[in-house]
Structures are given as structure tokens and as C-alpha cells.
Write a protein that binds this ligand. Structure first.
Ligand code: EPU
Length: 417
């Protein structure tokens, strides 16, 4: 079993280029199905979830190759429209292939996506959006059988779901006529997906606002696209430096995409400066509690940064309240942090953290991707050694968390136990 071992107490210092955004790369890889040509996609980190997407593309008959951080997908050889259960279960965002395959082939068959550690994650909004476009979807024995000559329409999402917005955009590219998606998610990853679709020749506008408009039916072609930097990986490294103390410069990520996180870290006592090229954070490693942190859709505070910021504040002076509004079960890391001496009480959507003077290293277990990263952030500021188990969760979303933190001066390594 592979584990991450961290010895706390080292300050972090130096520069890092942040990886490409997992949550951009995954829908963009699905979107490549629509192209029918060769798409060269840059800034794709080597993650388990990216490999799972590549496996689905290969199963569908696409050619996929990697050179460094660049993936080339040739979907001219696409030969199938169904995804087997074993591939669907590997990750949640496999469901985004539904809109892409339906948009390209007029039919698709797949099963429900992988179960999730964050609580129930239904796909009802995805399915309603595709049905509005004219897809017939039969749910039979856990399989979704979808058919449809899609027609542009007005889709009003009941909540701004990231995945449902992406699925609707992809299917709408293959629909005849104009589709207007209202109450769309406004995440930077939606804007990135729009950029990719436009590079393929699609007529999409409005991403980043609550209304996305797609003029479907355009002939699409291959393209070259560079994915944006990962704002959640950036939030993780900023939280790590805030907690451990030090002086860290991050490149490759748009500072505007992490402004809610940097605002919190400034309030906690860090000095953060940003320009077009980089984000710099300086911390003495002594933080204070902050105003309540409420997660919400972009541009609000990201649910994906809740765990790592909580970990950064474990030794802060004072109290901080967290309200998790996005997922039902996103405090599973709390139980592990308690093993290290943290003082956090959570009930339902709320967690209250009281800073403690010291944390002690312990054997802890990742409960999910971001919760796992939070344990590493906690370990950087704990006395003694923290051993983090079940690190497969971390590998789903971070290309080299251990190596990146080691390059910044942390005493951290990944070993076989
Ligand atoms: N929801 C429904 N029905 C649906 C779709 C969503 O009820 O059909 C609910 C969800 O259960 C959740 C809320 O709506 O309570 C928001 O979910 P959303 O659909 O926006 O999330 P997602 O597309 O499944 C993406 C990210 C997540 C991130 C969320 C929220 C990707 C691949 N995943 O998920 O990232 O937490 O948006 O910002 O883009 C992560 O990277 O660790 C991660 C979990």
C-alpha cells in the first residue's frame, strides 16, 4: 500500500507552476467525441480521472496518445456509442460523455456514473436537459438507453449544476437549431469548455454568465486547445503555505479564479499579492479565525476548497464556522483531523472549528479527493510524522502533490508500506 509521509514544521518557499484543471480537462476530453477530427489538448495532468476518460475514448474507438502534458484525441475513428458499466464506475464525470455521444451519434447507452464519497449525486438535471432537447431516455436495469434527433430548445436548469450545464452544451452542439441554457453554471471550467467548442467550430456564447446559447448543427473539426490552470490545486498549495508558513509563488492559474479563497487567507493574516503572471502568498504560519465560510456555486466560495482551507485554519487563533451548501456529506475529513488533535464540531451542513495551539502527527486515511489533500495540509503543520493512507483518492485529482510540496521544501514523501 502506498502512503504519504509528512513531517510537520517546515516552511514552504519557492515557485510552482500549477497543473491544468482536472475539471476542465474531463469535459473537454468528452467534447472531443463531437469533433470527428484530431484535437490536441494541452495542459492535461497525469491523473487517474484523466486516464479513465482516455479509457472511455479508446473504448468508443477514438485514438488517444499522450506526450508530456499534451493529449491528442482522434475521434474520426469513433465506432461505438455505448460505455460499459466498469468504465462508467471509474469516475463521476463519465456521465458527461452522454451529451457528447448523443450529440455526435444520435444515440448513446451507458450506466449510472460511479458512486461518490460526497453523498448522493443524482443526474436528474442532466437527464431532464437532454430530454428537453428531444432525447428519449429509457432507464432499464441500471442502463440508460438514449436516442434522439436532437432539436434546439430552451433549457432552464433548476440549479446551476456544472455537469448538467456541460452535458447540455455538448448535446446542443449536435442539435438542430438554437439552444438557450438558463441558470447555467458560471464556473471558469464552463468558459474553458466553450473555448474548446469554439475552437472546433461550434457557435457557443455566454459561458461565464447564467445564459449559454448554442447554435447547433455546425460542422465541427479538429483543433488545438490549452486547458486553464487548476484553481482548486492552487487553493490547495495556498492553504498549505498559509498553514506551514513561508513565501510561495504560483504560476499558471488565473488569480481571479481563486479570489474567494485568497480573500479568506488574507483575512486569516496572510499577505497575498496577485498579477496576471502569478499569485504570491506570504505567511508567518500563525493565522486567525475568519468570518463564516459558506460554499456556493461560482463565483462563491468553492466547495472543493472547503476542506483544504479548514485544514489551514486548524491552529488559528479563534473560531471559524463553515456552511457546506453544495454536498450533503463533505465533512468526512473532519473525523481524521480530530485524530491529529483538531477541535471541530460538525452537524449537518455546519462545522465549527476552534483553533488549537498544536496538532500532532497521526496515521490518517483519505476519505475523498479534497479531504485527502486536507490531511496533507494538516500534516505540514503538525508536530511529528503524519502518515496518510488511501492516497488513491488524492491521485484522482493531483498530478504530483507530494513532489510539488517537496519542491517547496516540505519534508514529505510517498512510500510503499
Ligand atoms: N445535482 C442534482 N442533480 C443533478 C446534478 C447535480 O441534484 O442532476 C446536485 C448535486 O448533487 C450537488 C449540486 O447539484 O448537490 C451541484 O452539483 P454539480 O452538478 O454542480 O457538480 P458536478 O458537476 O457533479 C463538479 C465538479 C466537482 C465540484 C462540483 C461543484 C467536475 C468533474 N466535478 O461536479 O468537483 O465539487 O462541480 O462545484 O467538474 C472535485 O474536483 O473534487 C469535485 C468533486
Amino acid at each position: 500500500m502506498r502512503v504519504i509521509t509528512v513531517e510537520g514544521g517546515r516552511r514552504l518557499r519557492g515557485e510552482l507552476t500549477v497543473q491544468g484543471a482536472k475539471n476542465s480537462v474531463l469535459p473537454i476530453l468528452a467534447a472531443a467525441v463531437l469533433s470527428g477530427g484530431v484535437c490536441v489538448i494541452e495542459n492535461c495532468p497525469p491523473l487517474e480521472d484523466v486516464e479513465a476518460s482516455a479509457a472511455i475514448l479508446r473504448h468508443l474507438g477514438c485514438r488517444v496518445s499522450r506526450e508530456g502534458e499534451t493529449l491528442t484525441v482522434d475521434s474520426s475513428t469513433l465506432s461505438g456509442w455505448e460505455i460499459p458499466d466498469a468504465l462508467m464506475r471509474r469516475m463521476r464525470s463519465s456521465v458527461i460523455f452522454l451529451g457528447a455521444i448523443l450529440g455526435r451519434c444520435g444515440r448513446a447507452e451507458l450506466s449510472y456514473p460511479g458512486g461518490c464519497e460526497l453523498g448522493p449525486r443524482p443526474i436528474d438535471i442532466h437527464l431532464a436537459a437532454l430530454r428537453a432537447l428531444g432525447a428519449r431516455i429509457d432507464e432499464c436495469g441500471g442502463r440508460l438507453q438514449c436516442q434522439g434527433g436532437l432539436l434546439g430548445t430552451e433549457i432552464v436548469l433548476p440549479l446551476p449544476s456544472v455537469g448538467a450545464t456541460e452535458n447540455a452544451m455538448l448535446a446542443a452542439c449536435g442539435a438542430r437549431g438554437v439552444t438557450v441554457i438558463s441558470n447555467a453554471a458560471r464556473e471558469p471550467e464552463i468558459v474553458d469548455l466553450q473555448g474548446f467548442l469554439r475552437a472546433m467550430g461550434a457557435a457557443v456564447r455566454g459561458a461565464g454568465s447564467a445564459t449559454v446559447i448554442v447554435e447547433g448543427g455546425r460542422p465541427l473539426h479538429g483543433c488545438r486547445h490549452r486547458c486553464i490552470g487548476d484553481r482548486i490545486a492552487a487553493a490547495t498549495y495556498l492553504s498549505a503555505a498559509a498553514a506551514a508558513g513561508g513565501d510561495v509563488v504560483l504560476r499558471g492559474v488565473d488569480y481571479r479564479h481563486v479570489s474567494t479563497v485568497t480573500t479568506v487567507l488574507r483575512q486569516a493574516g496572510c499577505c497575498v499579492s496577485c498579477d496576471e503572471a502569478c499569485i504570491r502568498l506570504q505567511s508567518r504560519g500563525v493565522l486567525r479565525g475568519v468570518s463564516p465560510i459558506r460554499t456556493s456555486p461560482y463565483p462563491g466560495f468553492p466547495t472543493d476548497a472547503q476542506a483544504v482551507v479548514m485544514a489551514a485554519l486548524l491552529r488559528s487563533h479563534g473560531t471559524t464556522m463553515f456552511v457546506e451548501n453544495m454536498f450533503q456529506s463533505r465533512y468526512r475529513h473532519v473525523g481524521e483531523l480530530l485524530r491529529m488533535g483538531a477541535d471541530i464540531r460538525s452537524e449537518g451542513r455546519v462545522a465549527v472549528l476552534c483553533g488549537v495551539p498544536r496538532l500532532s502527527g497521526a496515521a490518517v486515511r483519505c476519505t475523498d479527493l479534497r479531504g485527502g489533500a486536507a490531511l496533507v495540509v494538516a500534516g505540514l503543520q503538525a508536530d511529528g510524522i503524519t502518515q496518510v493512507e488511501e492516497i488513491r483518492h488524492i491521485k484522482r485529482g493531483y498530478g504530483d502533490l507530494t513532489g510539488d510540496l517537496a519542491r517547496l521544501g516540505a519534508a514529505i514523501q510517498e512510500t510503499e508500506r
